[in-house]
Structures are given as C-alpha cells and as structure tokens.
Design a protein around this ligand. Structure first.
Ligand SMILES: Nc1nc2c(ncn2[C@@H]2O[C@H](COP(=O)(O)OP(=O)(O)OP(=O)(O)O)[C@@H](O)[C@H]2O)c(=O)[nH]1
Length: 318
C-alpha cells in the first residue's frame, strides 16, 4: 500500500451472518446512526447475483461491490485494491463497513486487517455476526460456515426476535453462548441494537470476570474449552505452538482467545487468533482485583482436551 502521512486509523466493522439473517437490515440501522459521517460500505455476494447494494440505504456515501466470489476465498487482492483506494485523501471514509457474503469465513477476512500494511491505516473495531433466531440452530447443524461466523464474532446479534417465542430465545442464546462464550450478545428486531453494543468491550470483560472456569460444552459439532494457568507463559514458545496449531489444524480450530500472563512482562496480554494469524495486544497493567493468571478459550471441532493441555504446557515458562 502507498505510504501516506499518519492519520487516525479508519475504524472498520465487519458484518457477517448466514444468508438472510438480517445483515443488510442491520447495516441500514448503522447508516442512520452514523448520519453525517462519510461511511463507505464494501459488499460482496457469493455466486452470480449482484449485491444487495440497491437495498442499502441512500445514506451511505459509497458502496463497493466485490461480486466475483466469496470475499474470504478469492478476493483478498480485490479487497486490498479497494482498501488502497480508500486511503487516498479524496476517498478516505470516517467509517468502513464490510458486509461479508452470507457464507464467508470472517476469520479469514479479519486476518487481512492484521497485515502490517493494512493495520497502519485501518482498525478492525468489531466483528459482528447476525444470527436469525428462527433458524440459527438448524444452520449450525447443516453448515460449517454458520459456526465459523459465530465463533469469529466479538458481538452477536440474535435477530428476528419477533419471529419466535421468548422461551426459545433464551435457549438460542444459551446454545450460542456455549459455542462462543467470549462474545457479547444482544437480542434485536430488524437489527435495532443499543449504542452500547457497538462500543462496549463486553467480551474482554467476560473473560476478565470468569478467568478460570474449567468448562467444556458440546453442541452439534462444535466445542469450546477453557484452560487456566497459574504459571506464566514464555511468549515465544506460546506463539510458536499456537501458530503451528492454527496453521496445521485450521479446519478444526476456529478460534483462540484469552488473557495471558507472560514471564518478564508486567502487563496483561490479550491473545487472539483471526483466521490463521495470532496476535498479542498489550492490555496495560493487571487490574489489582485480578490474580496474575492466564485463561485461554479454544473453539473448534474435534478438539482433544488432553492434546491441547499438553501443547500449552510446553509453552509455560521454566
Ligand atoms: N420478522 C423479521 N424479519 C426481519 C428481521 N430483520 C430482517 N428481516 C427480514 O429478513 C429478510 C432478510 O434480511 P436481510 O437484511 O436482507 O438479510 P441479509 O443477511 O442481508 O441477507 P443476505 O444478503 O441474503 O445474506 C428481509 O426480508 C428482512 O426484512 C427481523 O428482526 N424480524
């Protein structure tokens, strides 16, 4: 990408959710909320049909349509080209929204925003998944993509609440929370969510509050596991074993996220995977109320607790 004078990074929201879950409807609520700002939307549609560009409210400043396939499979370069356009001063948006196709793997799209050349200009604020309350349970049984979208999300909107009984909503949320215990959740009709949903770092708080829950839950095909450690990690070793595991077991290991205590580092680190990439973010000093302990959540299919435990044990500091 073309180097330019340093400016605040452009906030990016990545919207995912299975076909028909309400992404475009939610996007239109965002555009109303951000009225007066220059918002650019990148849409992509899987297959030959053109985008729902026409359905996106006129409030949007520009819609880029990537219609040649699925954004996560073949469009890396096309997306990068659009991003390169957007950093030109005349095109620069205040906010960028990407509505990924209903079958996209958001982890792979999110990984583009971890690239050094992209990170300089863009900041991925949040991956938001829309779940259709009426049929998300079926989608999870039928497809791998629905699960991947949900586990990659920082925030999950359980949409179409008007279409199901309130008791069933509770069940749906419980099922999703077992699949992705680190996301924040909100119930919605026609994508209407409170402002706090967009701004709160609820997922981090959740981990903070329940750092050492040793819980293992089973849902159709997906499992989430939490590991707790009182001994600090060696950062290089942890990075090496997890990067290798993400690379080799990409088809099984959908997500890793947690807070880690790194030997020799006074601060708390947030570690998370996006696609096959692993990142460490400095979260500042450990809160006084919390013990210096690591907690890591793994989400995927066919994960073996013992094998994961052994792998993590290897990365502990001596
Ligand atoms: N009953 C009900 N219908 C909704 C709600 N939200 C969206 N819809 C409807 O569901 C349909 C699909 O909504 P979209 O916003 O187009 O969904 P999408 O995820 O963008 O769809 P794709 O682009 O096909 O992936 C539309 O007819 C919406 O009007 C809701 O909360 N309740």
């Amino acid at each position: 990408m073309n180097p330019a004078a340093p400016l605040p990074r452009i906030p990016v929201y990545l919207l995912t959710g299975f076909l028909g879950s309400g992404k475009t409807t939610f996007l239109n609520t965002l555009l109303q909320r951000w009225e007066g700002k220059r918002v650019v939307v990148i849409e992509n549609e899987f297959g030959s049909t053109s985008i729902d560009g026409a359905l996106v409210s006129a409030a949007v400043n520009q819609v880029y349509e990537l219609a040649n396939g699925c954004i996560c499979c073949s469009l890396d370069h096309e997306l990068i080209e659009v991003l390169a356009e957007l950093i030109k001063p005349e095109n620069r948006p205040d906010i960028l929204v990407i509505e990924a196709s209903g079958v996209a793997d958001p982890g792979t799209v999110g990984a583009i925003f971890k690239r050094e050349d992209v990170l300089q200009y863009f900041h991925l604020e949040k991956i938001i998944a829309l779940a259709d309350a009426e049929n998300v349970a079926d989608r999870l049984e039928e497809t791998v993509e629905a699960g991947r979208q949900l586990v990659a999300a920082d925030g999950i909107i359980i949409n179409k609440c008007d279409a199901v009984h309130p008791d069933y909503l509770v069940e749906v949320q419980q099922q999703l929370a077992r699949i992705n215990p680190i996301a924040s959740y909100v119930f919605a009709r026609y994508g209407q969510v409170p402002d706090t949903f967009l701004t709160q770092e609820v997922s981090r708080e959740r981990l903070l509050l329940q750092p050492l829950a040793e819980e293992e839950t089973h849902t159709p095909g997906l499992k989430s596991m939490v590991f707790g450690f009182k001994q600090p990690f060696d950062r290089d070793k942890l990075s090496a074993v997890l990067s290798m595991r993400l690379f080799v077991s990409y088809a099984q290991l959908y997500r890793v996220k947690g807070f880690v205590d790194i030997q020799g580092q006074p601060h708390r680190w947030l570690l998370q995977s996006t696609g096959k990439k692993l990142t460490f973010v400095d979260m500042g000093p450990w809160p006084e109320t919390l013990p210096r302990q690591s907690a890591l959540v793994f989400i995927g299919k066919g994960l073996e607790r013992l094998a994961m435990q052994r792998m993590l044990d290897q990365a502990l500091a001596e």
